[in-house]
Write a protein that binds this ligand. Structure first.
Ligand code: NDP
Ligand code: 2IT
Length: 446
């Protein structure tokens, strides 16, 4: 590590104590950029990286709400507006008890590079709350969302900042948030994405992240002349991203043999298909947060408290959450002959896990490249809203597929150009960085 990169990481750690996930994301990116900073001293002298690790602004607020028992509750709301050099802030909202400032800063930082890779004009942001949707009634979720938007509405807008879903935020929450925004502003606009189909949503947005992950994995495998058809796939999570990935992988002839939740994982040797995929939506809607329900229903083995990385598979698609795959898991996957790890979640692999995959020279792609199909399709939703028009599903899917192809091509070509062929981490970080950095240089000291 160069002295400059080392001192930058030390600075970030000192200025932002107790934010380990943010430190991790910054470290991964800045290490990849050493080679760019050597070739282009102008980025260093303009302190582009020092500016990029400092959010444009952080909004933190109280979210008071009343539960079904009439009790008062208080949660904390956040929106990190990280960087708008190439477009308005864009990124999801996460509702999960683990949410804190550092986690949302890591997600907002990743989003800047991801959105840059999508080829669409979107800056990066992220937000959410430590609200726990588990076990909450519809009316409790509605009251929470209304209170959350009562503060957030003054900071967002269709040309300012466009939130969307993430963990714990799906179509239902986006609906309640949108309704409250509309009441407060008297404006019907594309301020949120992931909207319902009858009120401005895009076809394929619910499926987009998972579909995109599988399209990206297909492209990766193609570089080694391998097809996804007939391959065994391990997927973690059972939420929105996992669901889309199972749908597409199965359609393309792969067999998905695992799903996971906070309670453990299920091993379904026959494959997650047909009504089992529909059951994933039921499990999510039940707000029980338990993947064991799948094991009970379909009589397959359940492994409490375990991640699915010990199962022998060809392809692994981590689709649950950050740091769910460590160095030990990586070694186990490699020992079992896994040839491709394509991330659906944001930063699911620890830095040591990533190193193990890169050292083994398997196909490994970071989330900011392979899960970009979700936000890219959000960008397509914004375009449709601006045009007051809707595209049919084939059109959106075609564009999504093309975007994933282009992101893959960019990663591969950039890695090759900088002398590290096949390294998707470096390719994604450098390509994502260059577009934003050049826009920042063009726009002066901002
Ligand atoms: P969902 O809420 O639909 O599902 C999240 C899944 O991950 C659930 O199974 C959830 O269970 C599990 N999970 C969350 N936190 C933990 C934890 N600490 N330990 C174990 N399991 C956990 O979210 P999404 O599918 O939307 O998001 C999944 C991942 O994909 C996240 O990393 C997200 O940032 C990323 N992503 C999402 C996009 C989107 O468009 N939705 C786009 C790009 C990336 P539980 O809630 O019980 O903890
Ligand atoms: O992490 C992500 O890219 C998302 N949660 C999707 C963001 C979006 O604006 O669609």
């Amino acid at each position: 590590m160069s002295e400059y990169v080392n001192s930058l990481i030390t600075l970030v750690k000192t200025k932002n104590p107790s934010e380990p996930e943010f430190h991790q994301a910054v470290q991964e990116v800045t290490e990849s950029l050493e080679i760019v900073l050597e070739r282009h001293p102008e980025y260093r002298s303009a302190k582009i990286l020092e500016r990029m690790v400092e959010p444009d602004r952080v909004i933190m607020f109280r979210v008071p709400w009343i539960d079904d028992q009439g009790e008062f509750n208080v949660n904390r709301g956040f929106r990190i507006q990280m960087n708008n050099a190439i477009g308005p802030y864009k990124g999801g909202l996460r509702f999960h008890p683990s949410v804190n400032l550092g986690i949302l800063k890591f997600l907002a930082f990743e989003q800047v590079f991801k959105n840059s890779l999508t080829t669409l004009p979107m800056g990066g942001g992220k937000g959410g709350s430590d609200f726990d949707p588990k076990g909450k009634s519809d009316m409790e979720v509605m009251r929470f969302c209304q209170s959350f938007m009562t503060e957030l509405f003054r900071h967002v807008g269709p040309d300012i900042d466009i939130p969307a879903g993430d963990i714990g935020v799906g179509a239902r929450e986006i609906g309640y948030l949108f309704g409250q925004y509309k009441r407060l502003t008297r404006e019907f606009s594309g301020v949120l994405t992931g909207k319902g189909l009858s009120w401005g949503g895009s076809r394929i947005r619910p499926e987009a992240t998972g579909f995109g992950v599988v399209y990206f994995a297909q492209e990766m495998l193609k570089t080694r002349g391998i097809s996804i058809e007939g391959k065994k796939v391990a997927i973690s999570g059972f939420g929105n991203v996992a669901w889309g990935a199972v749908l597409k992988a199965t359609e393309l002839g792969a067999t998905v043999v695992t799903l996971s939740g906070p309670d453990g994982f299920v091993h379904d040797e026959q494959g997650v298909k047909g009504e089992k995929i529909a059951f994933m939506l039921e499990m999510r809607a039940s707000a029980r947060d338990s993947v064991q329900d799948y094991a009970t229903r379909f009589k397959v083995p359940f492994y409490p408290g375990k991640h699915p990385w010990s199962v022998k598979v060809d392809v692994a698609l981590p689709c649950a959450t950050q740091n769910e795959l460590n160095a030990g898991d990586a070694r186990e996957l490699l020992a079992n002959g896994c040839i491709c790890v394509c991330e659906g979640a944001n930063m699911p692999t620890t830095l040591e896990g990533v190193k193990a995959f890169l050292d083994a020279n398997i196909l490994y792609s970071p989330g900011k490249a392979s899960n970009a199909g979700g936000v890219a399709t959000s960008g397509l939703e914004m375009s449709q809203n601006s045009m007051r028009f809707t595209w049919p599903p084939e059109e959106v899917d075609h564009r999504l597929r093309q975007i994933m192809h282009d992101i893959h091509h960019t990663c591969v070509e950039t890695a090759r150009e900088y002398g590290i062929p096949g390294n998707y981490v470096t390719g994604a970080n450098i390509a994502g960085f260059l577009k934003v950095a050049n826009a920042m240089l063009d726009q002066g000291l901002v």
